[in-house]
Design a protein around this ligand. Sequence first.
Ligand SMILES: *Cc1c(COP(=O)(O)O)cnc(C)c1O
Length: 230
Amino acid sequence: MVDIEGNVARLREEIQEAALRSGRSPDAVTFVAATKTQDAESIRRAIAAGVDACGENRVQELTAKRAQGAYTGAPLHFIGHLQKNKVSQVVGAADLIQSVDSMELAELIARRAERLQIVQPILLEVNIGGEAAKSGVAPQTLAELVDYCATLPALQVQGLMAIPPVAVDGAENRKYFAAMAQLFVDIKAKKYDNVSMSVLSMGMSGDFISAILEGSNMVRLGTGIFGPRG
Ligand SMILES: *Cc1c(COP(=O)(O)O)cnc(C)c1O
């Protein structure tokens, strides 16, 4: 059996150490468990072991496991590609939607949030490696998307998210993480009304140390906690 408790404790230490090395407080970085394919019991164990939030990729899994009470006690994030016809199932159910990458999607989320009379926190996902097959807004189009989201009061843009290209060595991704940190600082400096730019979500099991050293304050870890996905 995978030692979920031991893995969470060790990863937490590594996160804290990296935060300190980057000149920040040890608890400056939010630890999100990437729970895709994991069952409710494993997720409960990760929460009990102290992760700060859970992140799901697929709407169907999120809905089913939420009904089982899998996420009780931790905020729930949506971190996967969000199809437009699934928006209504995620708005309000997820405390943070990390993967907004188009005006069309932003508008649909805002419309749904308005109907529920809530303000939906979101992150904008950036395709920082410029990969054709990946979701995320192109870095050159990001400013335009932020401008648009700022006009929608039912959305609160809390920051940026990125999944850089798969690298053999986590350090290879540092240039992408650094580019994200720069975009984050640039947008924050514009001081939009409903754009807080407090969250920079980047770093997975293979590269979270590099991500934190470049300024990430939210990492999303799956295999490091739960072992390889079957
Ligand atoms: C699966 C996933 C992660 C975690 O990846 P690991 O390599 O298992 O740590 C992080 N973010 C997203 C968006 C994911 O889909």
